[in-house]
Design a protein around this ligand. Structure first.
Ligand code: BGC
Length: 462
């Protein structure tokens, strides 16, 4: 039973399916939402993130708790996705549920995931499964996580088990969510476990080890399921020099972009890192060409100024100017500039791999739905521009379906098309859910939607 209380509909006409718009996407385009297990399932107690929460490391003081209660009833949100007409949904599995202790496998957990995938397919929603979305078992963390000598072997064993059990229900696999974010927030900024700060070289090593795990998983999945499509979700950030006329701002912005946006890509493209980071690890040939598609998670633009006060960030002061469009603020700092054009830059930057591209996350924290409709429509418009230019873009997945536990910000930041009160589990569809549904049903942006959200005055009103 959907616990849905509807607010007034946005005054946007739902487009008839047979009208051809200038901004229509190719047939079969995937319109989805992305989710992550730890953020939605509830009741996860055995991984490094539940320990991080218990240690009081969430800025808002929150715990994931029951989250969106997916472990008991993901189907309630799948009904909403179906109601919106979506044809794809990305979710992840929790390694610590499936292998709670080293070499001890939990069949009941795998069965629950089977039930979820079946429930999606019954609703004509294609699942995409991510194997590692930031969390892993406590035992793996205690062993040193990805720096442990046998990390790649352990990750391959886990992958094999999942694909053996779920492979008949899923064809698209995302091995890792955002190795670059995992490395940067866990080892440079100290905001994710293990909470280390300023350890750029360690972060590069970790990302390399994740690439090795990814490569082993890629081959294992293809061995078990020859028709599988395997990729990873790459977080792409636009680093804008604060003053383009000042060379140090340009250099630092380019260096940060090189490190953050290019490292993992370079490993997949060439099997090695590019200068100057290739001195850390010189050779990872086995990683070259291990992807069938590239997933892109695109949110923000950050501005970068050269600053001697920021040695641990390669002398870059990374900031969000107050006058730019942005969603809600985190507990201590802004989330980032809402910059729809980032989608275009991201697509252009990964196209050289010659693989199909999916936008696997795009969204904004916005409890009042003040800026989300503008961000979403303009990001989709920018994406349509790339399709027109001939880029092989196959899907757009909004982050996210229902408000969920936003990592170190806890429940403070709300990214859902559907608002959630975690205490009562009551759901309320936001206007942007109906807007996204209209876009999906039209397979593109109708002239009315374009007129309402894409004019310069729409941006000025934000
Ligand atoms: C992560 C999500 C997160 C979202 C919003 C992405 O980088 O994959 O797990 O909730 O950003 O911050």
């Amino acid at each position: 039973m959907p616990l849905l209380s509807t607010r007034k509909k946005p005054d946007v006409q739902e487009a008839p399916e047979n009208v051809v718009f200038s901004q229509q996407f190719p047939p079969g385009f995937l319109w989805g939402v992305s989710t992550a297990a730890h953020q939605v399932e509830g009741g996860n107690h055995n991984n490094q993130w539940s320990d991080w929460e218990a240690a009081g490391r969430i800025r808002s003081g929150d715990r994931s708790g029951q989250a969106c209660d997916w472990w008991n009833n993901a189907e309630r949100d799948f009904d909403l996705a179906q109601e919106m007409g979506l044809n794809a949904l990305r979710l992840s599995v929790v390694w610590s549920r499936i292998e709670p202790q080293r070499d001890r496998w939990d069949t009941a957990a795998l069965n629950r995931y089977r039930a979820m995938l079946n429930a999606l397919r019954q609703r004509n929603i294609q699942p995409m499964v991510c194997l590692h979305h930031f969390t892993h078992p406590r035992w793996f963390e205690q062993d040193g996580a990805f720096l442990a000598p046998d990390a790649a072997q352990r990750f391959e064993l886990f992958t094999r088990r999942v694909v053996e059990e779920l492979g008949d229900l899923c064809r698209h696999w995302v091995t890792f969510n955002e190795p670059n974010v995992y490395g940067a927030l866990g080892y440079v900024l100290g905001e994710f476990p293990p909470g280390r700060k300023g350890e750029i070289i360690t972060a590069v090593r970790v990302v390399n080890r994740i690439a090795a795990c990814h490569a082993r998983a890629f081959h294992a999945i293809h061995e078990l399921q020859p028709g599988a499509q395997v990729g990873w979700a790459h977080n792409y950030v636009v680093f804008e020099p604060a003053n383009r006329a000042f060379a140090p701002d340009r250099w630092i912005a380019a260096l940060l972009s090189q490190l953050f946006n290019e490292s993992f890509l370079s490993l997949i493209e060439h099997g090695r890192l590019s200068f100057p980071f290739n001195f850390v690890i010189t050779n990872l040939k086995e990683v070259k060409d291990t992807c069938d598609f590239v997933g892109l998670n695109v949110y923000s633009r950050f501005h970068v100024a050269f600053s001697l006060k920021h040695p641990s960030q390669l002398f870059g002061n990374v900031f969000v100017p107050p006058h730019v469009p942005q969603g809600d603020c985190g507990v201590e700092k802004p989330y980032g500039e809402a910059y729809p054009e980032a989608v275009r830059e991201a697509v252009q930057s990964v196209a050289r791999l010659g693989k199909p591209i999916y936008i696997l996350e795009n969204g904004v924290p916005d409890a009042e739905d003040r800026i989300r409709p503008w961000l979403m429509v303009n990001a989709i418009k920018a994406l349509h521009g790339t399709v027109e230019e001939g880029y092989d873009v196959r899907g757009y997945f909004h982050w996210t379906l229902t408000d969920n536990f936003e990592w170190s910000e806890g429940w403070r930041l709300r990214f859902g098309l559907v608002a959630l009160d975690p205490a009562t589990q009551r759901r309320t569809m936001r206007d942007s859910a109906r807007l996204y549904s209209a876009i999906r049903r039209a397979n593109g942006i109708s002239p009315e939607i374009a007129e309402k959200f894409c004019s310069p005055s729409a941006r000025d009103e934000l």
